[in-house]
Design a protein around this ligand. Structure first.
Ligand SMILES: [Fe+2]
Length: 385
């Protein structure tokens, strides 16, 4: 995250003596990304963060590919993904390429008896249904409907839910996820024309610090495998940290839409960027105000990117027969556009209540077997008159 955050107790100068009340040293950990060139955080631990007690084994969680080279538009009925007790088991990869996994999850268990760490990917969790507390070794964040939780790779975390009725849309990105560069000045501060600013971002506010020894299972994801690693001390043993790499939340309801006299293109909805895909938020907004404007989008060719739209709420103006939890996939290489009647319907409308998350990937996405379980195979014909 391109701003500085500090939580708990830290010494006045880095890499200097910092003692516990009993006189022993705290253990410092510099957590960096992109070599020593990316964002980093300096944390202070009760125990060495290196005490591996056992590696119980590993198991494969790679997605099973159904369609490798896809030219078909799909509609996936996301809420048909069956709820599953366990948080990690509930995560079903529906679309994938070498940069990103797009995941639907309906976890039921209110917590996990393990900790989780993704070493390969930043995770962006969009909370469609449910609320609770995200807990991590860098502190806790409360979450609810409409929140994006951005979890940088390497964060050790747990998801505590208030109920068993949860629906998550998750983007697992091997490329770092940032706020859009064009909205930041040369120091990284979000500019006046940005649709959100630092005040809207919620970093961890509460640090849980345990001084405990025992057997602590951390499920560590690396290269599409999960390693069951047992550590000798509680992974939430940080007394303080500072730096730029930490999880944070941003509510889609805090995204201020950019509107115009005529139809504004998708980049005005952009919320996050990577060098492999963008993430956009379509939020309730006033429609275009030119007297002759057509608020529905025109047909367009994403000639070199796949477009994934996850429908959250409201009436989606350009689509017929789309419901909350649905995903539409429009592959690169062919045009797509509003359904028959949608452009005409939109004329004269003054506002929309639509709420959706879009992921546009620069490399084509493969469709998984889990996606085919919930796929509408006839969607690609739905523009025929
Ligand atoms: Fe599109």
């Amino acid at each position: 995250m391109p701003f500085y955050h500090k939580l708990g107790s830290i010494p006045p100068k880095r890499h200097t003596i910092f003692r516990k009340p009993d006189g022993n040293l705290y253990y410092e950990q510099l957590f960096g990304t992109i070599g020593f060139d990316g964002m980093s955080t300096n944390s202070y631990h009760q125990h060495r963060p290196t005490q591996v007690k056992d590696i119980r084994g590993s198991y494969d969680v790679a997605p099973k590919i159904a369609i490798k080279n896809n030219m078909k538009s799909y509609r996936l009925k996301g809420f048909q993904v069956a709820p599953t007790q366990d948080y990690l088991e509930s995560r079903k990869i529906v679309l994938t390429n070498s940069d990103v996994n797009i995941i639907l999850a309906a976890p039921q268990a209110k917590t996990q008896d393990y900790f989780y760490k993704n070493t390969d990917a930043d995770e962006l969790i969009f909370v469609h249904k449910g609320s609770g507390k995200f807990r991590s070794h860098l502190g806790n964040i409360d979450f609810k409907y409409g929140d994006y939780l951005l979890i940088p790779r390497g964060t050790i975390y747990k998801m505590d839910f208030d109920s068993s009725d949860n629906r998550l849309f998750i983007v697992e990105s091997r490329r770092p996820i940032y706020t859009p560069k064009r909205y930041r000045n040369w120091f990284g501060q979000l500019l006046e024309h940005s649709p959100f600013c630092e005040r809207d971002l919620r970093p961890p506010y509460e640090l849980e610090t345990y001084d405990e020894k025992g057997d602590f299972l951390i499920k560590i994801k690396k290269q599409e495998e999960i390693f069951d690693m047992v550590y000798a001390t509680h992974p939430f043993d940080v007394v303080g940290y500072d730096g730029y790499s930490f999880p944070y939340a941003f509510s889609i309801h805090d995204f201020e839409p950019i509107t115009g006299r005529i139809h504004q293109p998708p980049p005005v909805h952009q919320t996050f960027e990577t060098d492999a895909f963008v993430i956009c938020s379509f939020v309730p907004r006033l429609y275009d105000y030119h007297p002759e404007s057509i608020p529905a989008p025109y047909n367009h060719s994403n000639i070199d990117s796949d477009e994934v739209l996850y429908y959250v709420d409201g009436d989606f103006m350009s689509r017929n027969d789309i419901a909350p939890g649905h995903i539409s996939l429009h592959p690169a290489g062919i045009p797509h556009g509003p359904h028959p009647g949608a452009a005409e319907r939109s004329i004269g409308k003054t506002e929309t209540e639509e709420l959706a998350v879009m992921v546009d990937t620069f490399k084509p996405l493969m469709v998984t077997e889990d996606a085919m379980q919930i796929a509408d195979e006839e969607y690609y014909k739905s523009w025929l008159e």
